[in-house]
Design a protein around this ligand. Sequence first.
Ligand code: SF4
Length: 524
Amino acid sequence: MEGSVIMGKIVYIDLTEGKIIEKEKDFTDYGRGLVTRIIREEVPPKTDRLEDENIIVLAPGLFSGTLAPSTGRLIVGTKRSKDEGIQFSNLAGTISQKLASLNIDALVLMGKGTGDIPITILVEDEGVSLNRVQDIKGLEVSPTIDKVSNLFGKKCGIIGIGPAGENLLPISTLFSTYPEGNPSFYCARNSIGDVFGYKGIKAICVKTKNHFHGPQYDENRMKDISKKVSRIIIDHPICGEALPGLGSITLMKMLKDGKNIDLSQMDCKENKKDTIVSDFKINKTCSPLCVIGCLNRHAKTDEDYYTSPAESEAFAALNEAFGIDDEQYVRDFTKRCFELGIDCIEFIFSASLYFSLQGIKGSIYEMDKALDEVENLTLLGRVLGSKTTGIYTLFRDKDEYKSMVTKPSISEEDNFNIDIQSKTIDLPNLSDLDYLYAYMMALESFGFCLFSSFAFIENEEALTLLSKMYYYKTGTKASEKDILEYALETLEVEKKYEEEAKIESADKSIPEFVKVLYRYFHKN
Ligand code: SF4
């Protein structure tokens, strides 16, 4: 049954004054485009990262909160630094679907909370409230989640920071809770824990047990078309076999071998079978209704589940940097980083740079010592917590180490010749590379996990289905062309905003995941 055109709402939270204002909105902007629009409206381009004028915007993908498969992603944005544009983070977990189920299209965190106890924001049917939870300050991530869920209920979706974010370390990141089960949370890559810490926010808790209650113009047709889209994802060899069978090791292989990974040698189907191994549920997806489910298909005991796709990346990075191949150590290391609320991959790169500069041979012992320094917030811990960029700033005379500084994914663009074999529409003057960027951005704004992009980008029918889904969700029409053009426009607006802030030339900010897609769609 068709309803009336859907209107959403934006909730502005003024942390300085403790005021909350709700504004109704239409769907002219959504997802990442909405985050960009709000930051451009509210934050002067020269604002620094840790300034009261900076804001944080959290927006569920447009299809989050519906039965559209694998759409549990939340887009978080903030001003990156005084002379840079917007930093985006794409968070897994349950919070996106829960926010969307409360018909919230964006939460905007403004100003700065003060006081001894950091703020926990509660979002529920009755409205939004700012709370001071006793003894939460300085807690690691697991006890923070326990405290918040004991207080507000087990069905909450929670994001927030550990001690590293409270101490404003640049390497700090956001945690996000998975559905009930183990592992119970993960920490995102490249996120913004320090800005949460600066604003005096410890956690955001969304209290509703619903995941699919977002308002929709035509719920029945949305449900039907979601089944078709699920089939497209599941029928793709990467999304339907390799990722669920092998987890994100698939992506590691792709980073090395591009599209040419040999799936015939992998017993993906066998690994796909669920194994009930213990008296608790081992999470196989980050959020409900992810039809890929790349987590823990391998798990056979309660000891061998992964905390997140980041764990296999950590294994590869520790192995490559220091020859560490002890799986149990990698598991413990990742969990320890996650408890502090830090980006474990960036921490490995940072330690690797620091060890090279100091002539230290990297090992399990040295890595543990380095993490101790961060945990104890020593001077060295603060240096290691300043990421590769911060460390290299102290050693700028040593040019030979510059290549170890983490670079934005876009810096690899020139090394690839992107060839999209089949497209739904051919827009004049749109290169295959720009088609790839536009499609990725559109999927991100719709809330899809970008692991699904393998199935979508070369499928001739998929973009048309997405255009129909847009209509069934919002009640307004957006053609295939409109969808791609909106994504490209969003990129242009972001670039313009960055130009207004920058001293040097500005560039596009494309999700990190493009590194895998560059290799997948590269033609020799
Ligand atoms: S594909 Fe993997 S990383 Fe993406 S939402 Fe599903 S389980 Fe999470």
